[in-house]
Design a protein around this ligand. Structure first.
Ligand SMILES: O=C(O)CCC(=O)C(=O)O
Length: 248
């Protein structure tokens, strides 16, 4: 799909699926890397393992900040000076119950009269690229997404699973595919009902330059010198090395 069509899909549907952004060797590398992760600060383990800012733990995570197709889309949608606001590794185990439909960030709530027209779209401020490291079928727990729901300009109400007649859809795909979605589209992660399969995923969260990076533990944040040493100029920009602006 051309970049123009990807941008059109983000604008109209709120998401786009990019096939085969990772090859099997890199998928295997990332799954082994998740095996070794230990929780820091707000990370947690259990039926769902969730590890934030993994780029800072080892240089091996760096190349996944700027994979060719997702970074081309992020820069086209958010500006050539966009940056990474987080990178999160997930592992859900059989028995994980999933989560309700939600949005991640709504830049501005729309008044009802404008939301109901369905033809007004705010410029995207944050995109998440969700790199699947497991094949995603109904059992393992697909991501569910309500096409076009970013145009609602509000979060879903409890139990609301459609917007303007369009129902939540499961994103069924292969390990190595990436789902890129806006922070204001309604989405959820499904329950892992498989017998014995873990569902592994790596998210990269991109924001416009003026969207603050979410590098917890914030006041105690320190960049890992080995990571900075290994980063390319583009990766350093994504980590926050920007040209000076009025506010710098
Ligand atoms: O697990 C998923 O596919 C969805 C994750 C999610 O809902 C989120 O990051 O906000």
């Amino acid at each position: 799909m051309s970049l123009d069509l990807q941008l059109q899909s983000l604008d109209e549907q709120g998401y786009v699926l990019l096939p085969a952004v990772l090859e099997p060797l890199r998928i295997a590398l990332l799954r082994c890397a998740i095996d070794d992760l230990q929780p820091i600060h707000w990370d947690y383990q259990g039926l769902l393992e969730h590890y934030k800012c993994v780029f800072n733990r080892d240089p091996l995570w760096l190349p996944f900040l700027d994979l060719p197709a997702p970074i081309a889309l992020a820069e086209a949608a958010l500006g050539a000076d966009c940056h990474v606001i987080g990178q999160t590794a997930w592992r859900s185990h059989p028995g994980y119950p999933g989560m309700a439909l939600h949005l991640d960030h709504l830049p501005m709530q729309l008044p009802d009269w404008l939301s109901e027209r369905g033809d007004f779209v705010q410029p995207a401020q944050i995109l998440t690229a969700q790199l699947y490291l497991s094949d995603i079928d109904q059992d393992i727990g697909p991501t569910w997404i309500v096409p076009g729901s970013h145009r609602a300009g509000r979060p879903p109400l409890p139990g609301e699973d459609q917007w303007q007649g369009r129902q939540a859809l499961p994103v069924l795909c292969q390990a190595g595919d990436a789902l890129v979605f806006r922070s204001d589209v309604w989405h959820s992660g499904g329950a892992n009902n498989s017998q014995a399969r873990v569902r592994d995923m790596l998210q990269v969260h991109y924001g416009r330059r003026m969207v603050a990076q979410k590098f917890s533990p914030y006041l105690n944040w320190r960049f890992n010198p080995q990571v900075l040493e290994a980063a390319t100029p583009r990766q350093r920009r994504l980590l926050g090395e920007h040209a000076e602006t009025e506010y710098d």
